[in-house]
Design a protein around this ligand. Structure first.
Ligand code: PAF
Length: 280
């Protein structure tokens, strides 16, 4: 059965109040739609852990720096609802825009430090938009658990810090990145790749896997970065925003690996920005 789609905060709260009264735990999976297997794996993780599961679909204008990017972001609500059918989600929250940003909305949630690097550097304001909408989705759904993909690892760390700093009583659970057979990390943006770009896109993950092996064997980033960048550019990528080794907790920059280190990359392929990260 397709889960009921709820568009108003009042209707959402009416439902969650009944679940709370019955002492049921609630899991939320925040998304912007265009659901793929990565999102479905989050919904399955929520289904396995919680009595009730809410998937939210909201293309959040505050996290887009580029109006064209916002306009072109895929919107596939009916297909999304059908994809969630077999998982047994209890409710799909597709808030009308004024349910998130009512007239006169004037508050921004900003997480200092973690947002200054990686994607924060090339997408100013992006993570403020994410932290603002996610804090609203957490409080609107009153969920006990939230499920995020490690594919957006920086986002995951920012959301964790935001929930902790604001005392929102929710446990943020990170779930592994889901990949296509050729290694490309699943992302809604992959739908924007042309057939030709789709052929070259997995090279980013391939190069990162080679780097991971070298770093694990003791090589330093300063020794291997140049060659890796050259391979990515030779595959047809137009620009590399970053290719960096960082601490998986505070995201501080590293040259050599240590426990909990992660390799992060963002690169442009024919107008589409791809990001990926792997534990080293
Ligand atoms: O990862 C996403 O799809 C979005 O950034 C999120 C967490 C749903 C907030 O809009």
């Amino acid at each position: 059965m397709i889960a009921p789609i709820v568009r108003s905060l009042a209707a959402l709260r009416e439902q969650t109040a009944l679940w709370r009264k019955a002492d049921e735990t609630i899991g939320v999976v925040p998304t912007m739609g265009a659901l793929h297997q990565g999102h479905l794996s989050l919904a399955r993780a929520a289904r396995a852990k919680c009595d009730r599961v809410i998937v939210t679909i909201f293309v959040n204008p505050k996290q887009f720096n580029d109006p064209d990017d916002l306009k072109n972001y895929p919107r596939t609500e009916q297909q999304d609802a059908r994809k969630l059918e077999s998982i047994g989600v209890d409710l799909i929250y597709v808030p009308d825009p004024d349910q998130i940003y009512p007239d006169g909305f004037a508050t921004t949630v900003s997480v200092a430090g973690l947002t200054d690097m990686l994607c924060g550097e090339s997408r100013p304001g992006h993570f403020d938009g994410v932290a603002t909408v996610v804090s609203k989705l957490f409080t609107q759904t009153s969920a006990d658990f939230a499920f995020f993909g490690e594919k957006d690892y920086q986002q995951l760390q920012i959301v964790r810090r935001m929930a902790r700093d604001l005392d929102i009583p929710i446990e943020v659970i990170g779930c592994p990145t889901i990949r296509e057979e050729d290694g490309l990390a699943m992302s809604s943006r992959n739908l924007l790749l042309s057939d030709r770009s789709r052929v070259y896109a997995p090279i980013l993950a391939e190069v990162m896997e080679d780097m991971r092996e070298k770093l694990a064997a003791g090589d330093a980033m300063s020794e291997i970065r140049e060659d890796a960048q050259a391979r990515i550019m030779a595959a047809g990528f137009n620009e590399i925003d970053y290719l960096e080794l960082r601490d998986g907790g505070d995201l501080s920059l590293l040259d050599k690996t240590k426990p909990d280190a992660r390799l992060f990359a963002a690169a442009w392929l024919a107008g589409v920005r791809l990001i990926d990260n792997v534990a080293v």
